[in-house]
Design a protein around this ligand. Structure first.
Ligand code: 13P
Ligand code: SF4
Length: 379
């Protein structure tokens, strides 16, 4: 079977949608064998099982950024995750030093479905953050604030942090990043996830009164008084993950009552009331490691995206894994990446007619890299 487009025209997506998974898998594997090590398929832990099965590497946001930064002879990355992750991969893999090593050749980064965004990332727009910074400057000295953006944000926000002495964090290094920030300034502006910011700062002993929430929708000082801002240590942006905010303290109580001895393991994007009473909280990578390392017979109720919890259930039959909610909470945007989109985008890539290419604007990429490199250097 040839996958070259004879006319040089892009293959249309529609016909792929009627193919069964077996056919799609075979065609994806054909592209993988033809492209060999020049193609790298990266899969975030929240992806569907059939996508994970075809990924060369899987990881949490931090691990995936490192993989992209360290990619060797690969010339194309198919990113099975969401938009901000593919942007981060493009910034890291096509940074000037790597481009020079490859004689100027870019790595093509593709996102199989452009609609795979992140609703949390969309809760902070660059104009809103710039507006907040300007307003804050009327009340407090912004040279004494480190802007910290969660990696779940558009590249323009990472660039904002790069330009203003700030940094990026992920769920696995948020505490180390805040510690880095407090060595430089006495305040932090943390966006877009208020929960990760609050949970991390609280664990560091910062009182809730020193963590006012900046609401970008409110006209005056994000809904705060000048005094509250002057007394702040961590200014939290009013953003959240719609998947993780579904987990409640009542769910934790319900599981503990029904399964005595059960361990509650949650992602730090969950609300503070849940993280406070959980046994363990951490990134998707940490959640996996905790389950892998636990003795057989351990009971878990896990508060993170459904596909990951179901995979842990299948991969660890020696343990008892429950989903920490009676209702289905899945990331609808992660779910958009399916075999049809993956096959369609890979066959176009192999035919020399790449679709859904993620290419961050040069100036934005330059400043985002500054903030990402600061993060990668934090231990
Ligand atoms: P991780 O950094 O833990 O992989 O989380 C990414 C994410 O989007 C969680 O909702
Ligand atoms: Fe964004 Fe939440 Fe989906 Fe993670 S789970 S990608 S934070 S919407």
């Amino acid at each position: 079977m040839s996958i070259a487009s004879p006319s040089g025209a892009t293959f249309e997506l529609a016909p792929y949608k009627s193919l069964d998974n077996e056919t799609l898998q075979a065609r994806i594997n054909l592209v993988r064998s033809q492209m060999g090590s020049s193609l790298m398929i990266l899969g975030h832990h929240y992806q569907q099982d059939e996508v994970i099965a075809l990924s060369d590497l899987r990881g949490d946001s931090y691990q995936l950024s490192k993989m992209a930064a360290e990619s060797g002879d690969c010339r194309a990355i198919a990113f099975c995750g969401v938009h901000f992750m593919a942007e981060t991969a493009d910034i890291l893999v096509n940074q000037p030093s790597k481009l020079a090593e490859r004689g100027g050749q870019r790595v093509t980064v593709i996102l199989p479905d452009m609609a795979a965004g992140c609703s949390m990332a969309d809760m902070a727009a660059i104009e809103q953050v710039e507006g907040a910074w300007e307003e804050l400057g009327e009340v407090i000295d912004t040279s004494d604030i480190t802007p910290v953006t969660y990696i779940n944000s558009a590249a323009s926000l990472k660039a904002f942090c790069g330009k203003h002495g700030g940094i990026v964090c992920t769920s696995s290094n948020a505490r180390a990043v805040l510690e880095w920030s407090f060595k430089r300034t006495s305040r932090v502006l943390f966006f877009p996830d208020q929960h990760l910011g609050r949970n991390t700062a609280k664990a560091m002993g910062i009182p809730l009164e020193a963590m006012p929430v900046w609401d970008p929708i409110k006209d005056e000082l994000g809904g705060n008084t000048p005094e509250a801002l002057k007394n702040s240590k961590v200014l939290l942006w009013r953003g959240h993950c719609s998947v993780h905010q579904m987990f409640t303290a009542a769910h934790v109580a319900m599981f503990r009552e029904k399964y005595p001895g059960i361990k509650i393991l949650v992602h730090p994007e969950c609300p503070m009331e849940v993280v406070d009473i959980a046994d363990i909280s951490g990134s998707t990578g940490k959640i996996i490691r905790e389950v892998e390392q636990a003795p057989p017979g351990t009971k878990w109720a896990i508060g993170t995206e459904l596909h990951l919890v179901n995979r842990l259930k299948q991969e660890h039959p020696e343990q008892e894994v429950h989903f920490l909610s009676p209702v289905v909470c899945m990331c609808a945007t992660m779910y958009r990446i399916d075999l049809a989109h993956l096959c369609w985008s890979l066959e176009n890539l192999a035919a020399g007619t790449p679709v859904n290419v993620i290419k961050v604007d040069e100036d934005v990429a330059k400043w985002s890299l500054v903030a990402l490199e600061r993060m990668l250097a934090v231990k």
